[in-house]
Design a protein around this ligand. Structure first.
Ligand code: G3P
Length: 234
């Protein structure tokens, strides 16, 4: 299954996105939460979880920088928000042992802050369910994210892993489509990306031309429903 998630903690954006688009989850991180200002973090995350319901996943990132603190923080997050939360943990020297320990406990882990193939391999071996790859940040550092995605994908396929590549960190639509084409099973995007995809001027130009063509024969503002509900004029 392929997935599209929203990378935001903004309630209006989440409401809009979940209602309108095929979204299977919401991802957050401390920087995304920062954009919301001095909010009650757990109240906000609980609200997002409620909006997500049982059918969509919510991914919440730890902030701690030592292994034991990351594990403790993950337990706290799960106690507060529920055991179905995906705990996002950076694949760092401190984070990888925490991922390994938490996966062994049965916790759902999203490995994050991935810039290299080796980090993805380590996350896959540790059993993370999602492997979040920072596409735009990699390009900013002259790393080709699509080569990295395809290398990690080959590795995961080779070991029959159930870990899924979740591409993240996007500035444009092309990065998203290339991530999927390179082997990502999911992408987490800001609402700006989806709006840009649907806001392409050619789309509206085509829709307006179709309406004009129908109007030309059947009258201004007519639709198939309106025409079907009224007798055909003599
Ligand atoms: O989910 C990770 C993502 O939020 C990082 O994206 O936009 O801060 O590079 P960005």
């Amino acid at each position: 299954m392929y997935e599209l998630m929203l990378d935001t903690a903004n309630i209006n954006e989440i409401r809009e996105g979940l209602a309108a688009w095929p979204i299977s989850g919401v991802t957050t991180n401390p920087s995304i939460l920062r954009k919301e200002g001095n909010i009650d973090v757990y109240a906000r995350l609980a609200e997002i979880k409620k909006l997500c319901g049982n059918q969509r996943s919510l991914h919440v990132q730890t902030v701690s920088t030592t292994t034991q603190e990351i594990i403790d923080e993950a337990h706290f997050i799960l106690d507060k928000l529920g055991s179905d939360i995906y705990v996002k943990i950076p694949v760092s020297a401190a984070g990888l042992p925490a991922i390994k320990a938490l996966v062994n406990e049965g916790v759902k882990v999203t490995a994050t802050a991935i810039y290299t193939t080796m980090q993805g391999i380590l996350a896959g071996l540790a059993g993370a369910e999602y492997i979040a790859i920072y596409v735009n940040r990699m390009e900013n550092n002259c790393i080709d994210p699509f080569v990295v995605i395809s290398e990690i994908r080959s590795f995961l396929d080779g070991m029959n892993s159930r870990s899924k590549i979740l591409a993240a960190s996007f500035r444009n639509i092309s990065q998203v489509t290339s991530a999927f084409a390179s082997g990502a099973k999911g992408a987490t995007v800001g609402v700006d990306i989806i709006k840009a995809a649907l806001g392409m001027p050619s789309i509206n130009a085509a829709v307006e031309a179709f309406a004009r063509d129908f109007d030309a024969i059947h009258g201004a503002g007519q639709t198939l429903k309106k025409r079907g509900s009224a007798p055909h004029p003599a």
